[in-house]
Design a protein around this ligand. Structure first.
Ligand code: GH3
Ligand code: MG
Ligand code: MG
Ligand code: MG
Ligand code: MG
Length: 313
């Protein structure tokens, strides 16, 4: 969902803040700071879509603010426009070298400021939209494979560092080929969307990620979650898909169901679950993120063998 743009104005001179606000009125929700350190804090906290930044301020200068924001991955993508009375070319060069997208001289010409702000906001929102799309599965709206791989790799690094518990569930819709054959691909798509929605509802915490792994297979990433915790989520998933009560005349089970395979790393209870020769691999040392999925895949296969509509660890 696209939000209204937010713009942070930073200037130690309150009348300059007022003039700028007036110039860009209507282009977004405006908030302001009159000091560099407050500006950094606000930017980190509110993640504005654009920052209009005065260069000369007592305390932390605008240039320093820009440097700090560009070095911080959480704020580096926010476009910064310098608005300053110091329009010497050297200063402009310095500001642009720091990563600012534009450099405007004071006194400002309101229509020109508005036009430039409009352009940079348009680019920022378009970039945000593209980034979101690049991480999202178009059909189900869940995270896509790319986002999943990034998340697993990142979380796995954190597991190696902290030895905290970590779990991953791999889900596969039962007899889905038969579902398509019996009801057609359009109904098949509807079914995938409904199952995906149920899964999203089971990935409750903000740190959990529900993703489409491919086809009719999904992955739930559960950071800081033990085997027992993952087991509860798996049970909940199986229950919520069953509760959808989607008829599946070609399945022995009569309705659409899923099977779940899990991989859990839990240092407290002896490392890996369901991994042959686990003892040959000290916990956390030899595994890569992709091997996690292999563990879950083996467990999934076992769940399928055991009659489907169930989970294995
Ligand atoms: P099992 O219970 O062993 O998992 O059997 P299955 O039939 O579900 O497994 P299989 O892997 O043989 O079939 C998966 C099917 O999922 C085949 C494919 O046509 C279907 N499928 C994959 N992606 C989509 C999609 O986006 N839309 C639709 N409608 N079907 C899809
Ligand atoms: Mg100033
Ligand atoms: Mg499959
Ligand atoms: Mg299969
Ligand atoms: Mg299947």
């Amino acid at each position: 969902m696209e939000h209204a743009a937010t713009i942070l104005i930073v200037d130690d001179d309150v009348s300059a803040v007022r003039t700028l606000s007036k110039a860009i009125a209507g282009l977004g929700r405006i908030f302001f700071a009159t000091q560099g350190d407050a500006a950094v804090e606000l930017a980190r906290d509110q993640k504005p879509d654009l920052i209009l930044l005065d260069a000369e301020m007592p305390g932390i200068s605008g240039f320093e603010v820009c440097r700090i924001l560009k070095e911080d991955p959480s704020t580096s993508n926010i476009p910064v426009i310098f608005v300053t009375a110091h329009t010497e070319t050297d200063r402009e060069e310095e500001g642009l070298a720091l990563g600012a997208v534009d450099f405007i001289g004071k006194p400002i010409r309101p229509a020109i400021v508005a036009a430039r702000v409009k352009t940079h906001l348009y680019l920022k929102l378009a970039m945000d939209r593209l980034n979101r799309q690049a991480q999202t599965d178009g059909m189900t709206g869940l995270a896509n494979r790319r986002a999943l791989d990034q998340t697993i790799a990142r979380e796995w690094q954190s597991v190696l560092r902290t030895q905290r518990a970590f779990s991953l569930l791999l889900l596969d819709i039962d007899f889905f080929k038969r579902y398509n054959d019996h009801y057609g691909h359009l109904m098949g798509d509807e079914c995938l969307i409904a199952v995906a929605r149920a899964l999203a509802g089971c990935a409750e915490r903000p740190m959990d990620l529900a993703a489409r792994y491919g086809g009719e297979e999904f992955v739930i990433v559960l950071p800081e979650t033990t085997r027992d915790g993952a087991c509860q989520v798996a049970t909940k998933i199986i229950e919520s898909v069953r509760a959808l009560n989607i008829p599946h005349a070609a399945s022995e089970l009569g309705i659409v169901t899923v099977s779940v395979g899990a991989a859990s790393f839990d240092a407290d209870s002896g490392g890996w679950s369901l991994l042959e020769n686990a003892s040959a691999n000290p916990p956390g040392l030899k595994f890569s993120a992709s091997e996690l999925l292999c563990v879950a895949d083996k467990a999934l296969y076992a769940a399928k063998q055991a009659g489907r509509n169930s989970s294995r660890f």
